[in-house]
Design a protein around this ligand. Structure first.
Ligand SMILES: [Zn+2]
Length: 125
């Protein structure tokens, strides 16, 4: 892969990393207690709509949004891990753009579509 292409992909990865971390900051907090790096816990929303005495100050809307956050936090967390792995490859040894499973180079169209791709199309199937 050409250096210029690598630099372009690096810029895109850094931008996406920032956006992903921002998103995680809004809906979750970093879990510092169980010492797993990059582990985030979704925040329970509080909209102040405590009209449900039988639910101890929690509303059905808050529960529903919490469940969405659980899902979204997992998605963003796994995306962030892929982005970080790609950036480490770019900085470290020369295996950026190569499939983690079969070691073949990942085709350019796939890398352009997803600079954090870990596998080639064949292995992704
Ligand atoms: Zn492969």
């Amino acid at each position: 892969m050409e250096d210029k292409t690598k630099e372009d992909l690096r810029k895109r990865l850094l931008k996406e990393k920032e956006a992903t971390e921002k998103g995680l900051g809004v809906i979750s907090k970093r879990d510092v207690e169980d010492h797993v790096p990059g582990d985030f816990d979704p925040k329970f929303p509080n909209y102040g709509d405590d009209n449900y005495p039988e639910m101890d100050g929690v509303s059905p809307g808050e529960v529903a949004d919490y469940l969405v956050r659980v899902y979204d936090t997992g998605e963003l967390e796994s995306r962030l891990n892929d982005i970080q792995a790609a950036l480490e490859k770019l900085d470290g040894d020369d295996n950026f753009g190569y499939c983690e499973k079969c070691n073949e180079s990942i085709d350019n169209a796939r890398m352009q579509a997803n600079p954090a791709a870990r596998t080639c199309m064949n292995c992704a199937k």
